[in-house]
Design a protein around this ligand. Structure first.
Ligand SMILES: Cc1ncc(C[n+]2csc(CCOP(=O)(O)OP(=O)(O)O)c2C)c(N)n1
Ligand SMILES: [Mg+2]
Length: 339
């Protein structure tokens, strides 16, 4: 069996055209990342400072580049399956911010009528968000069935399933991979390797940073290793395989190396992380700052425009929250409609 591991570098300017990237797409990638971060800053504040939100919330802080890169690859009809850390995927899909806040508040105006909450936020079939599960790894075999639909019907669409580095420890992941490979379905297995699974540093389990890549070996699938802190590396990797996937062939495994800047959930201060690690990733390797710097150096963005993007995101988030808080939960009688 051939072992196909490909490391995807970030494209240089001269490649942009070939990859279908123009100024508006590059700026949209940055705007998407900033909108995700700003939305989650508000979510964190509502949980921790104001006590308005309750229950679990697993923040996407640090992994925004993955959603921004995938967003520009997806086409109408493609389907997304997500996991418990899916706020960034919800914004990637373009679900309205007001609906997302209403969902977090448990209000009927939410995209799942307030019945799903944070761990099911990226679900809105009209936008391609099919499913999200908090049972780690369980979405992988389900995604194989969804991708098989695309193959069987020859739709030209792809399915993408997001999961974490920790999910590669599950039996569901391994079973899903066996079936995906056997059926050759157009499925992108997107592993968001944020280096932690709850309170455990994944590499500490095995003393090896590359353990996640090794998890995909032996299934006869191509493995792309992309920089999950760079939307262009993510996008480029997917584009290279686009024709194959859209002709109904696959699957494709992607290991997107990134970093979980926050604790596991909003409640977790992550005091178990090595000293200086968060500072390194948060200050020197922050995906938003790195991508913005790059666009500034390449003459695509100015400092002032960068500030305006932040201000606009803040306004959009505040406006959406103010609108959402006017909503209300389903009544007890209405709840029975969904049992
Ligand atoms: C089958 C299963 N086992 C354990 C848990 C508890 N749990 C919730 S999130 C999580 C860690 C998952 O880590 P990873 O897959 O890396 O995703 P991340 O939280 O880092 O995004 C665990 C163990 C669960 N929800 N489901
Ligand atoms: Mg993880």
């Amino acid at each position: 069996m051939k072992i196909n591991v490909f490391h995807i570098s970030t494209p240089v300017i001269s490649e942009y055209n070939k990859l279908g990237l123009d100024k508006s797409k590059l700026l949209d990638m940055l705007e998407t990342m900033i909108l995700i971060r700003t939305f989650e800053e508000k979510v964190e504040e509502l949980y921790l400072r104001e006590g308005v939100l309750m229950g679990p919330a697993h923040l996407y802080f640090g992994s925004e580049a993955i959603a921004a890169g995938v967003k520009h690859f997806l086409r109408k009809g493609d389907l997304v399956l997500s996991h418990h850390r899916g706020h960034g995927h919800a914004i990637m899909l373009g679900i309205e911010l007001t609906k997302l806040f209403a969902e977090l508040l448990g209000f009927k105006e939410g995209n799942l009528r307030g019945l799903g909450g944070s761990m099911h936020l990226p679900v809105d079939i009209s936008k391609g968000g099919l499913y999200a599960s908090a049972i780690v790894g369980s979405q992988v075999p389900i995604a194989v069935g969804v991708a098989f639909y695309h193959k069987y019907r020859r739709t030209g669409n792809v399915t993408i399933v997001f999961f974490g580095d920790g999910a590669t420890n599950t039996g569901a992941f391994a079973e899903g991979l066996v079936m995906a490979s056997f059926l050759r379905v157009p499925l992108i297995l997107m592993c968001e390797d944020n280096k932690y699974a709850e309170f455990t540093r994944t590499s500490d389990l095995f003393g090896d940073e590359d353990v996640i890549i090794q998890r995909f070996l032996g299934y006869n699938v191509p493995i792309l290793v992309v920089d999950g802190n760079d939307p262009l590396s993510v996008y480029k990797g997917l584009k290279i395989y686009e024709d194959e996937l859209r002709s109904g062939e696959g699957p494709l495994a992607v290991v997107a190396s990134t970093y979980r800047l926050k604790g596991h959930g909003v409640y977790d201060k992550a005091l178990y992380k090595p000293l200086g690690e968060v500072e390194l990733y948060g200050k020197l390797k922050d995906p938003i700052m790195m991508f913005a710097n790059r666009l500034i150096i390449e003459g695509i963005l100015t400092h002032d425009e960068f500030k305006v993007i932040f201000e606009k995101a803040k306004q959009a988030v505040e406006k959406a929250f103010e609108e959402a808080r006017k909503g209300s939960p389903l009544t007890i009688e209405e709840l029975y409609n969904y049992v």
